[in-house]
Design a protein around this ligand. Structure first.
Ligand code: ZN
Length: 253
């Protein structure tokens, strides 16, 4: 099999080339999986996203910017080690913007929020770096399948080619970034929880997994992180009305 040319000359990159590449799904060997909260998650690694962006848009034709002034830190309850000593726990959220210069001179910007929790002060820097990678991956996913959109949203069949104005046709291509969503704390063990995307959509999973397998539905967690369990009610009409009360704009991850 001839090895694929990774670096394309800038003048070889056309809108047709970009649209063709954006429609390609990531090959299976590049999709990583990890288990969390009793479920398995599929994701693409940060280095893969950067390599893909170079290949599709060309080196130097895209950039990443963090909106540091909107970085949000949420302090969780103090953790306790077995020896009785205490450690800080919390979560950082950073809005991340990617900008791509297309060959038709159109500049496309996509933004999303990177979120990472930490346990212990020494992990703060790692968490902030993790936010940037997470936000970059989520922002690029708005371009479509090649950047793992289907892994985030299950919308793999809804992607349209870039329009002349540079907007991808995804229904949710530009969600409103919301750095104010606070992650809930697990009622069972006190650990912070992280928003995860599984086969059936998004949910909050306990960071204490595998010791704790607690999960909350997104519509059970308010913007301030408080947990309001959904009533167990078998009446489908009741369920529908509850679903409609959830403002999807408030849950941008
Ligand atoms: Zn837990």
């Amino acid at each position: 099999m001839p090895s694929e040319k990774i670096k394309k000359q800038a003048n070889e990159i056309t809108m047709d080339f970009i649209n063709t590449k954006l429609a390609e799904k990531p090959v299976k060997e590049n999709i990583k999986q990890r288990a969390l909260g009793g479920k398995t998650f599929s994701y693409l690694e940060g280095w893969y996203i950067k390599q893909k962006a170079n290949e599709i848009f060309g080196v130097g034709n895209w950039g990443v910017k963090c909106v540091w002034e909107q970085m949000k830190h949420t302090q969780f309850t103090i953790g306790k080690r077995q020896d009785g000593s205490q450690y800080a726990r919390g979560q950082y959220a950073v809005p991340v913007e990617i900008t791509v210069n297309l060959p038709n001179k159109v500049v496309v910007t996509h933004a999303d929020i990177g979120v990472t929790a930490y346990n212990g002060e020494t992990n703060v820097e790692t968490a902030i770096k993790g936010c940037v990678t997470d936000g970059m991956k989520r922002a690029f996913s708005h371009f479509g399948n090649s950047f793992g959109l289907s892994l985030y949203s299950g919308e793999e069949d809804s992607i349209q080619p870039l329009t002349p104005s540079g907007n991808a046709g995804s229904k949710n291509s530009t969600p409103t970034p919301n750095p104010n969503q606070v992650a809930p704390t697990c009622k069972a063990c006190g650990s912070p929880m992280s928003l995860r995307t599984g086969k059936f959509g998004q949910f909050w999973g306990c960071n204490g997994y595998p010791n704790c397998k607690t999960t909350y539905q997104t519509n059970e967690v308010a913007k301030d992180g408080s947990y309001n369990p959904k009533k167990q009610d078998n009446d489908p009409q009741q369920d529908d009305s509850l679903e409609q009360k959830v403002n999807v704009e408030d849950i941008p991850f």
